[in-house]
Design a protein around this ligand. Structure first.
Ligand SMILES: CSC[C@H]1O[C@H](OP(=O)(O)O)[C@H](O)[C@@H]1O
Ligand SMILES: Nc1ncnc2[nH]cnc12
Length: 290
């Protein structure tokens, strides 16, 4: 199987440079419209597919991003490995603005989003105990180090609903009692949906601020975030540029089983499945639904 790298660009990352034969294509699916068209092309012989999470011009809020349509579109485009690039706040002194965190755990506090492709007529329960792919995450970490970026391997990302930033009480609770390392508004349910779609998923979180807990730093504001993002976006692009070579053109099965996540997940008996629901899952679960 060929590697197809999917990049979901977060705040500040609305395009990627240097793709050969680059073109924006529209991908339609049964879950509604994705945030934007997909930018497809090749980099060092490997197919790349880029999607700006909030759309070009940043038009979707964290709650209105159609995460299901985005993941479905990437799957339809043949993507095998998804790298999510996001801005985030930090709860740790040593994880400073400008640093990157290769996230490996999430606390999902979002409540106003569709969280599964499955539903009545076809019920599935995948494991998200380990929601990111260790192989893909390691490639991202190695790429970050070789680009001279200060990167932290592993960290817990608290996904909040937003769009407002946290209160001081929430910020302190997430940091002191819940053990979260960083905070953002978008990686959930994105990571859960990528797992349902049997895609390897890695989260590259770019720290832009100390949220509101830090006594020496004021409240978060978007101007400060954008200023830090301007530096971070070019760092993120230097990680992306290395991925084709690191992942290689020919893809071996994921040693952690991300690409087999649905193997034992569907509980609805074949005779009880709703044909309309099964049809809707053609891209996501066609491998196991036949
Ligand atoms: C621009 S500040 C808040 C905004 O930035 C992050 O977006 P993304 O995760 O797509 O980079 C954060 O989650 C909020 O949506
Ligand atoms: N402090 C913060 N909280 C939530 N999302 C963010 N994105 C960037 N900084 C953030």
């Amino acid at each position: 199987m060929d590697t197809v790298i999917g990049i979901i660009g977060g705040s500040g990352v609305y395009e990627i440079d240097g793709l050969e034969d680059a073109q924006w294509i529209s991908v339609e699916g049964p879950f509604g419209a994705p945030s934007d068209d997909l930018l497809v092309g090749k980099l060092n012989g490997v197919k790349m597919v880029f999607l700006p999470r909030h759309g070009r011009g940043h038009v979707q809020t964290p709650s209105t991003v159609n995460y299901r349509a985005n993941i479905d579109a990437l799957k339809r485009a043949g993507v095998t490995d998804v790298i999510s690039v996001s801005a985030c706040g930090s709860f740790r002194e040593e994880m400073a603005p400008g640093d990157f965190v290769i996230v490996d755990q999430f606390i999902d506090r979002t409540f106003d989003r569709e969280k599964s492709f499955f539903g009545p007529g076809c019920v599935a329960h995948v494991s998200v105990a380990h929601p990111t792919c260790p192989r893909l995450s390691q490639h991202c970490y190695d790429a970050a180090l070789s680009a001279g970026i200060t990167a932290h391997m592993g960290g817990t990302y608290l996904a909040m609903e937003g769009p407002q930033f946290s209160t001081l009480a929430e910020s302190k609770m997430y940091r002191e009692h819940w053990g979260a390392d960083v905070i953002g508004m978008t990686n959930m349910p994105e990571a859960k949906l990528a797992r349902e779609a049997e895609l390897c998923y890695a989260s590259v979180a770019m720290i832009t601020d100390y949220d509101s807990w830090h006594p020496d730093h004021g409240e978060v504001d978007v101007t400060q975030i954008i200023a830090t993002l301007m530096g971070n976006a070019s760092k993120a692009k230097s990680i992306i540029a290395q991925l084709p070579e690191r992942l290689g053109e020919a893809r071996s099965d994921c040693p952690h089983g991300c690409d087999k996540a649905l193997e034992f997940a569907i509980i609805t008996q074949p005779e009880a499945r709703d044909p309309a629901m099964v049809a809707k899952l053609d891209a996501i679960a066609g491998r196991v639904l036949g």
